[in-house]
Write a protein that binds this ligand. Sequence first.
Ligand SMILES: C[S@@+](CC[C@H](N)C(=O)[O-])C[C@H]1O[C@@H](n2cnc3c(N)ncnc32)[C@H](O)[C@@H]1O
Length: 370
Amino acid sequence: MYKLIKEGKASIKIPVEKKVSKELPVFYNPVMKSNRDVSVLLLNSINKKSMQIGLPLSASGVRGIRFLLELKKAKVKNISFNDLNTTSYKLIKQNLKLNKLKNKIKVYNKDANNFLLSSKGFDYIDIDPFGDPSDFLDSSMKRLAREGILAVTATDTGCMSGTFPKPCLRKYWSKPLKNEFMHETGLRILIRKVQLIASQFDKALTPIFSYSKEHYFRTFLVCEKGKQKVDDIMKQHGYIVYCKSCLYREPTNHIFNKVCPICKKELDYAGPLWLGSLWDTKLSKTMKKLTKEKALQSFLTTISKESQINKSCFYNIHKICKHYKIDSIPKKEELIKAIRKTNNCSETHFDALGLRSDISLKDLIEILRH
Ligand SMILES: C[S@@+](CC[C@H](N)C(=O)[O-])C[C@H]1O[C@@H](n2cnc3c(N)ncnc32)[C@H](O)[C@@H]1O
């Protein structure tokens, strides 16, 4: 049984579901509309034309159909849809017909890696798997063009955020940490893994827009070629050390000392992970300006602000107040104002109670107490 839905400018035939799961004859998750909205917005905001787009895991085809209907005309040279599931393959064709789309399109029914490796390459590849994207990274890197963009979704956030540390070590070659900023460290672990795979092919992948939302992480990275550029990326891999006893945290390239400099207790850490910026500030601003959707607007406004603060990891104000027995928690806006007298500070999309700032823990506690 199928039904017709509207998402963005696309009309899409999808299975009637009781529950969204990978057992559906063709996968469609309405929660991921915002994921697709952001993709459309990002491609409309970057300075790229005549793109060859590869969608190795297309499911119903909704993402590519929205690209064809919602991206500015000159943006797309062609789109190649692919899905291993034969029912998906047939439905993609039906959905293209339903939207009267004929030109600039190819549809394949192959394994994603075969699809990528048998192609001539793409300017934009979107990896949107069930769970872990690792299986598809190698072939994506081989077929990602110079200046091309790789978009990666990962839904196995529990592993990168520290609920399942062993699979994180096995799959992402990094130690996660379950604490108040676990989603940020998780996202940074994912980015480093993508960059390591790229480095094997002398490709340097820099994140231009990354976020954590609902049950998934998402990152868009731009590809440059060259050994020096890869070395520069590697220099920005490191750790975030964390002290459970006093809540001290600090990004660092090397862990020389496992003792907390404040309370002298043992430090824990997350990493190795990406310590560079998660966003291109200018792009975040453009995306914020371009969106007309209310919910997305406030999300992008927060990201656009935090993209200007050059600091990995954030403070959860409630946790700090509770830990240091500070009874009167200030209003977020007032606290931001007070911190900004001496430091940079903004809210963060990772946590409604979080603040991204380059202020030290000691100075922050001082402000909270007074
Ligand atoms: C999470 S869904 C993709 C959702 C889609 N991108 C969207 O925005 O609606 C993952 C898709 O990957 C397909 N798939 C899983 N393993 C695959 C493989 N090895 N090669 C090609 N397709 C695969 C599944 O059939 C499913 O349609």
